[in-house]
Design a protein around this ligand. Structure first.
Ligand code: NAP
Length: 494
């Protein structure tokens, strides 16, 4: 038996609900289900839902959901990616992920050619594994990143699908219809096929890691405006508003500008000043950083951004330390154009952050044999998602000009921006040091730039140390192609 609904969606929390409404707005008929079935009834009773008539049907079991669908069936899961549930064989597997439990239940209800879609923030290795597992059952699998939060899901998210390539043609019309659109004619979809198996979720993870870097850089700029320049919230708001008109034009700068306009009704104080300075994280930034270490690619901005959240969370300890450890009081004179210097430092650092993210994706693509199109990826992020920004057009142009570009910093546009920003960038980092203001993201970006542009680094000494204590050997610049060499450093001492 088959029904006449185009797609089924399980998971009626904020993302699922909004995606359903978005799909219906684009002419698709959607069947919905949620583990806690009362939420299905609550959703169906919402006026926005009722206004869609029979384009949405509520169901109370996976079996009912599947029965409502056209063949081949498309079942999308928008459920918590991390939650673990008791496994059927408790002795062997004490816990399995919620998504695996749902997939196990779904498989017997489906037929060859049907598609399971995971739209959650899943670790790419789980998606690699699930693609194979589901394909072995004769079904197709899509593991897709979806970015843009509640508003994106409702009005047009950025969608980054990977998995079974054969499934792409089946989900493409719906995904491209509901995704954000960009370009002069608003006809470039922020949804394209990313690559096999876990590629979509890997790219979504890089998106989130870059988001961490962008947010940290903006916070450091804010802190310099506030504590080096002594700016009021009104001045900070105006500065971000100005920055949003130029190269830094982006969603995150835009919302930051808005944040500095909001006052708490009860106290009439700016709300931002009343918010406790301890940041949380859901883990995708940490994944990117861990995986960069595994690949040996230096994604230092996301790592510093994760650490910045970790140290922010040590609030009580920081308060105790602040009473013991003294900083410096600076009377350094700031240049008249210091605000513009911060802007340039922010843009140059942001470019380094994206350069690192792209290098990590290139290394991962090689490792996992994914055929990633890096220009297309920039366009996936151009609209709908949290890191959407005008400058992504420049990244697209850079990869269009050279699909094998080793590093964004080597593209003439980015090279020119970073080179011409570097006087300001160096002064901003020096000033922060003078004032005792922590700028881990600005400074790691500059160190990355200085390391990357150095033909020679002090790793010669490092190799000598390793050879001294561990006989790890080394190669010689005067004997290329020979070696490795080892020296008995103790007996050679003079
Ligand atoms: P969420 O809070 O991450 O998850 C809640 C949903 O998961 C509910 O429908 C819940 O059902 C279901 N669920 C939890 N455990 C389950 C289990 N063991 N079996 C079946 N269903 C289970 O919801 P969300 O924020 O809408 O996010 C959905 C997915 O999208 C997540 O993977 C999230 O990481 C990802 N995502 C979220 C955002 C965002 O901005 N929120 C952005 C991009 C991607 P019950 O009602 O029965 O508890």
């Amino acid at each position: 038996m088959s029904g006449n609904y185009d797609i089924g969606l399980m998971g009626l929390a904020v993302m699922g609900q909004n995606l359903v409404l978005n799909m219906v707005d684009h002419g698709y008929k959607v069947a919905v289900f949620n583990r806690t079935t009362s939420k299905v009834d609550e959703f169906m009773a919402m006026s926005e839902c009722k206004s869609k008539g029979d384009n949405i049907v509520g169901t109370h079991s996976l079996k009912e959901l599947v029965a409502q669908l056209k063949r081949p069936r498309l079942v999308m899961l928008m459920i918590q990616s991390k939650d673990a549930v008791p496994a059927p064989d408790i002795a062997l597997y004490p816990k399995i992920a919620a998504i695996d439990a749902v997939i196990e239940e779904l498989i017997p209800l489906l037929e060859p050619g049907d598609v399971i879609i995971d739209g959650g923030n899943t670790h790419y290795l789980d998606t690699e594994r699930r693609t194979k597992f589901i394909e072995d059952k004769g079904l197709l699998f899509i593991g897709t990143g979806v970015s843009g939060g509640e508003e994106g899901a409702r009005k047009g998210p950025s969608i980054m699908p990977g998995g079974t390539e054969k499934a792409w043609e089946l989900v493409k019309p719906i995904f491209q219809a509901i995704s954000a659109k960009v370009g002069p004619k608003n006809d470039i979809s922020c949804c394209e096929w990313v690559g096999a198996r876990g590629a979509g979720h890997y790219v979504k993870m890089i998106h989130n890691g870059i988001e961490y870097g962008d947010m940290q850089l903006i916070c450091e700029a804010y802190w310099l405006l506030k504590h080096a320049l002594g700016y009021s919230n009104e001045q900070i708001q105006k500065t971000f508003a100005d920055w949003n008109k130029g190269e830094l034009d982006s969603y995150l700068i835009d919302i930051t500008k808005d944040i500095f306009t909001v006052k708490d009704k009860a106290t009439a104080q700016y709300l931002v000043d009343l918010i406790l300075d301890t940041a949380g994280a859901k883990g995708t930034g940490k994944w990117m950083s861990q995986l960069a270490l595994d690949l040996g690619t230096p994604s230092s901005l996301v790592t510093e951004a994760v650490y910045a959240r970790c140290i922010s969370a040590m609030k009580d300890e920081r308060v105790r330390a602040s009473k013991v450890l003294k900083g410096v009081s600076s009377n350094a004179k700031l240049p008249a154009d210091f605000v513009e210097q911060i802007r340039k430092a922010l843009y140059a650092s942001k470019i380094c952050s994206y350069a690192q993210g792209y290098v990590q994706m290139q290394a991962a693509a090689k490792e996992y044999d994914w055929k990633l199109n890096f220009g297309d990826i920039a366009m996936l992020w151009r609209g709908g998602c949290i890191i959407r920004a005008v400058f992504l057009d420049r990244i697209k142009e850079a990869f269009d000009a050279d699909a094998n570009l080793e590093n964004l910093l080597l593209n003439p546009y980015f090279q020119n921006v970073v080179e011409s920003a570097q006087g300001a960038w160096r002064n901003v980092v020096k000033t922060a040091i003078d004032f005792g203001i922590a700028v881990p993201a600005f400074s790691t970006a500059l160190s990355y730039y200085d390391s990357y542009r150095s033909a020679v680094l002090p790793a010669n000494l490092l190799q000598a140390q390793r050879d001294y204590f561990g006989a790890h050997t080394y190669h010689r610049i005067d004997k290329p192609g020979e070696g490795p060499f080892h020296t008995d450093w103790i007996n050679e001492r003079q």
